[in-house]
Unconditional design. Structure first.
Lengths: 119, 171
């Protein structure tokens, strides 16, 4: 074999660690201490960001489509001479029929005839 | 467990003290980052301590530690490549040596590192284990999963090439 002690010597010298560093890792290994991750915060930040992005991508599109529950409301009224008179929950009275297809205030309850005729 | 394994447990402190500078030097040569090299060396030695204390002392402490160091250095190098842009952007490379220390060590270390970069990865791995880590041929063969003669051939080829490259750089 082509032994060249000079080459080996140069290699060792180029990467020689400090004695204190060697003693430090020997002591840490014997104490069975876990290595302190100097880049741990980067890993944690990346993991947190990944979880957020994946959660958003998975849960946001698959979420339930919001819809409005129909109001459980029953109304009663009377039909007289082609006019519908209905008492509304807020205590007012709406009258529709004939030319008046709707009777509703700006806000609150009202009545709208969507289609057809009253008989 | 073999008799040799038992002796490793008995002489664990001495074994660790003897291996620490060698595995650290090897990791340093592989990674070129003292902080990362310390992590890799410490992990490898800790694995040996745990194996011995759990009653599973390896046949050869040297082959065991360097096989682990080799794998972890490989992974650390990959991780570093992935993180390098982020670390550069965030200025997180505070564990790097000081500018003065770098300046003193730069010339010779850089020359050797450049010469090593010209070797094939297989030859480089073999010479780093044997010449830098001081691992015996048989243990290097075990760590690399090769025959002893294959390791001898790679080391011999690497030495000859390195000698020529270093001579070139010097001239």
């Amino acid at each position: 074999m082509d032994d060249d002690p000079q080459v080996d010597e140069r290699l060792r010298a180029a990467f020689e660690p400090g004695a204190r560093a060697a003693a430090r890792i020997a002591a840490a290994a014997l104490a069975d201490r876990a290595v302190t991750r100097r880049r741990g915060w980067l890993g944690l930040a990346a993991a947190a960001a990944t979880v957020c992005i994946v959660s958003a991508l998975v849960f946001w599109p698959s979420g339930p489509i919001p819809h409005v529950e129909p109001a459980a409301l029953s109304l009663s009224g009377s039909l007289t001479d082609g006019l519908l008179v209905v008492s509304l929950p807020d205590g007012s009275v709406a009258i529709t029929g004939g030319d008046a297809r709707q009777d509703r205030p700006q806000d609150g309850f009202g009545l709208v005839l969507v289609e057809g005729e009253l008989r | 467990m073999s008799d040799r394994g038992s002796s490793v447990i008995v002489d664990l402190e001495r074994t660790i003290a003897e291996l620490a500078p060698r595995v650290l030097r090897y990791a340093n040569a592989r990674l070129g980052d003292p902080a990362l090299a310390e992590d890799v060396a410490q992990e490898s030695l800790t694995a040996l301590v745990r194996a011995c204390r759990n009653g599973g002392g390896p046949h050869s402490a040297e082959a065991f530690v360097f096989a682990i160091a080799r794998r972890r250095a490989g992974r650390a190098a990959w991780r570093r490549r992935l993180w390098a842009p982020v670390e550069l952007a965030s200025g997180a490379r505070s564990s790097a040596p000081s500018p003065e220390a770098r300046a003193i060590a730069r010339d010779e270390t850089e020359r050797v590192r450049n010469a090593l970069a010209h070797l094939s990865s297989r030859d480089r791995e073999a010479i780093l284990l044997v010449a830098v880590g001081g691992v015996s041929m048989s243990d290097a063969a075990s760590a690399l999963g090769l025959s002893i003669s294959a390791v001898k051939m790679r080391v011999s080829r690497a030495r000859a090439r390195l000698a020529a490259l270093l001579e070139e750089q010097h001239g």
